[in-house]
Design a protein around this ligand. Structure first.
Ligand code: A2H
Length: 253
């Protein structure tokens, strides 16, 4: 971790009832996967959520009615940021593995897709953010490659018990135009760099730097309330809208 704190927006992806299996214990609560993002303006293009299949997660009480699914590490940080029912002390209602979350249907703020599914990504770090990531394959090379891998490899889907209908219907959505890369910049960069899979870490780092910088400096919103606006200007407005409407919270570490 760096010296300066990193501020994330936690996107509240609401798990849809009925709750089954280990989640049955949470019946009657509002349960959210809390996805840490630096790009709240991309939420229109969400196609799924990512977790680490063998990662350790828990369902933590944020208030009397709301529960966030995050790592224990994130829950402890949250408890010192007014994001815990009991101040400075996380309350875990159920311990979960990432695999328990795979296949859950979630409803996510601003997403064009009315429902998206929780899927496995191999490169999720459990020592960063919440261990939950929202997937925007149009603008994140990591998300694009991980979704492409699941779409093109039936054996990978089988390994994690991923059903075809959680993956195959979800298309990359154009949400931001970057003059140099077009309307789906992460897809364009991954294709032009001939990146083969999510395991191609060095190329993905390079692709990420390129799309992240250009998306911020030259990007223009194509959809939503701020369509036509520069990403730089829309980003704080969309962040404010999400937080003030209770669909997201600010979290630092
Ligand atoms: B970003 P930084 Cl569209 N493991 O959100 C792996 N990746 C994680 C993570 C974890 N535990 N927690 C957060 N992230 C991802 C959107 C996005 C993101 C777009 C484009 C670029 C991008 C949709 N996914 O990040 O290391 C999250 O993905 C490029 C840096 O703290 C989060 O923002 O700087 C970003 O990495 C945080 O990365």
């Amino acid at each position: 971790e760096g010296v300066a704190p990193q501020e994330y927006v936690l996107i509240k992806m609401e798990v849809q009832p009925p709750f089954t299996g280990k989640l049955k214990a949470l019946e009657g609560k509002k349960v959210f996967l809390a996805a840490a993002t630096l790009r709240p303006e991309t939420m229109y293009g969400q196609t799924n959520a990512w977790v680490l299949a063998d990662g350790d997660y828990g369902a933590y009480e944020v208030s009397a009615t709301e529960v966030f699914v995050v790592t224990a590490r994130a829950a402890l940080n949250m408890a010192y940021q007014n994001l815990s029912r009991v101040p400075q002390q996380p309350t875990c209602l159920v311990e979960l593995k990432g695999q328990d979350l795979i296949g859950l249907a979630v409803v996510s703020p601003l997403a064009k897709n009315p429902v998206v599914y929780v899927l496995p990504m191999l490169n999720i770090k459990t020592d960063k953010g919440t261990g939950v990531v929202t997937s925007v394959p149009s603008d994140s090379p990591d998300d694009y490659m991980a979704l492409s891998d699941l779409k093109s490899k039936p054996a990978l889907r089988a390994k994690f018990n991923v059903q075809d209908e959680w993956v195959l219907p979800f298309e990359v959505l154009p949400i931001i135009n970057v003059p140099e890369f077009g309307d789906k910049s992460a897809e364009a960069v991954c294709i032009s760099m001939k990146i083969k899979s999510q395991n191609n870490r060095d190329d993905l780092e390079a692709a990420k730097k390129m799309t992240y910088l250009k998306g911020f400096t030259d990007g223009k919103m194509l959809v939503g309330d701020y369509a036509g606006m520069k990403v730089q200007e829309a980003k704080p407005l969309i962040k404010k809208l999400l937080v003030e409407s209770g669909q997201a919270v600010i979290y630092s570490e």
